[in-house]
Ligand binder design. Sequence first.
Ligand code: S3P
Length: 226
Amino acid sequence: MPYRFTSTALHTICRSGDEFAKSETMNSERGARSDEKEKSTNGKHSIGHKSIVLVGLMGAGKSSVGRRLANVLNLPFRDADTEIERASNLTIPEFFEIHGEAAFRDGERKVIARLLEGPQHILATGGGAYMDEQTRTLISQKGCSVWLKADLDTLLKRCLKRNTRPLLQQGDPRQILDDLMRKRYPVYEQADITVESADGPHEVVVSSIIKALQAHAGHTTSAAIC
Ligand code: S3P
């Protein structure tokens, strides 16, 4: 069942990338307090009631972009991995080591289901979450999915900055990411919206997401975006 923009809402989410970039600069110059006024014109009502769910491989920028997107849309941000860490009191590598991947996937499914039951927010999922059929179905019902698509070099460059991904510790990270791309990209393709996440400022990706939401709404007669 698609969710819909009101015409005012459509206008607010559909600020062009240039306008967004300009306002970002102005916001940082004005400081955090005056940002509130800017955000209020960009309120959560502007994207209907569903959460925006970011999917994609490790290093696609789901968390970094998600945090910024939430800020622009004045919505809460949730990160599924962080929620798992909080609930288990373990880091993701510790969780994998102690409980194994199957238990992690189980926890991931439950955490995402719980989050999607809650109020509208921006949700960054872990790279494997969307591969779970149950989770995919739930996301399509309760959210608007956005695949952050990146090329191998970009993913690798970002992933190598941190040592927190257990799947990449099991061999050559480039080869592992390449294999995951082959396996997962056909599934990520099912997302409602696809946005390129190129190497560069995350603000550019945020702007692309907002434009993509606009384009998606424009493709339907009733301004339904998901
Ligand atoms: C995983 C991605 C990670 C994390 C876990 C497994 C995956 O999240 O959930 O290490 O299967 O791709 P990020 O995509 O946020 O790195």
